[in-house]
Structures are given as structure tokens and as C-alpha cells.
Design a protein around this ligand. Structure first.
Ligand code: SF4
Length: 141
């Protein structure tokens, strides 16, 4: 398959560098800074110095990357896992959350995050729907 190039945005830090992502046959070929970003020569030089960018291919395609839900087998600490489906994972998590909420109330769940640059709104909405105000972190503070 011919190489394709898509414009994208890195959200691994607040710089949010604009990127050109080259893929072929569903695999990442390389990522480079988008030189059309008007910030690139002025206030936003970090893309070239960033160590995350050259590591992106390894990060995305590493053979040990967790791509499916894993459920612990045996006792905690044995490091034994089985792959389960997304449906089973979400069903089991929902059941456990429901059990905790009915036993202790929604405030039994508390979460924390960094600056929340990635999925902050999803996380906040989830906690809001659950009924727990216990979301804390750098962004919240
Ligand atoms: S490429 Fe590096 S500097 Fe740019 S947003 Fe991603 S992590 Fe931050």
C-alpha cells in the first residue's frame, strides 16, 4: 500500500505540536514536525528537541504494548494475565463499580490526574454521572 500522510497533533504535553504522520499498510512509518505550523520557528521549537517524537514508532508498535484488556490470573504479584474481550472488561468493571456505589455511595470512588490535557472532559463527565465530586489533580487545583 502506498504511504499516506496525515496532519495530526501530539497531545503528550501542552505544547500540542502539529505533526505530519506517515503510515503505510496500517503501520507508522515516521512522524515529523509540521513545518506549516506558524509557531514552529517562533514560540514552539520543542518538537525538534522532544524525545517523545522519535520514540513514537517504538511506543505505538512495541510488541509488549497492551492492546487488549488483561485480567489477572492467580494471586496479585504472580504476574499472570489472560486476555479478555472489551465487552467482558467493561461488564466486569461496571458490575464492580455498581457494587461499590450501592455499598458505599458514589463518593467511594476518587480519581486523580495531571494537568488533564488528554481526556479531561471524559473523566470529569464520568465522575459527574457517577455522582462523585472526588476528582483532584494539578488541573483541578
Ligand atoms: S511532540 Fe513532544 S513537545 Fe510536542 S506536544 Fe508532543 S510531547 Fe510535547
Amino acid at each position: 500500500m502506498a504511504e499516506q500522510t496525515a496532519r495530526s497533533l501530539c497531545r503528550l504535553c501542552n505544547s500540542r505540536c502539529r505533526l505530519l504522520v506517515h503510515t503505510s499498510d496500517g503501520h507508522l512509518v515516521k512522524i515529523e514536525e509540521d513545518r506549516t505550523d506558524p509557531r514552529v520557528d517562533h514560540i514552539f521549537p520543542p518538537t525538534r528537541a522532544c524525545v517523545r517524537l522519535p520514540a513514537a514508532k517504538e511506543f505505538v508498535e512495541h510488541p509488549d504494548r497492551v492492546r487488549f484488556p488483561l485480567k489477572r490470573k492467580g494471586e496479585r504479584g504472580e504476574n499472570r494475565w489472560e486476555t479478555i474481550s472489551w465487552a467482558q472488561a467493561t461488564d466486569e468493571i461496571a458490575a464492580k463499580l455498581g457494587e461499590l456505589v450501592s455499598k458505599y455511595g458514589p463518593e467511594t470512588l476518587a480519581t486523580t490526574s495531571g494537568t488533564g490535557r488528554t481526556i479531561l472532559w471524559v473523566w470529569k463527565r464520568f465522575m459527574n454521572l457517577l455522582g462523585s465530586p472526588n476528582t483532584a489533580g494539578q488541573g483541578t487545583i
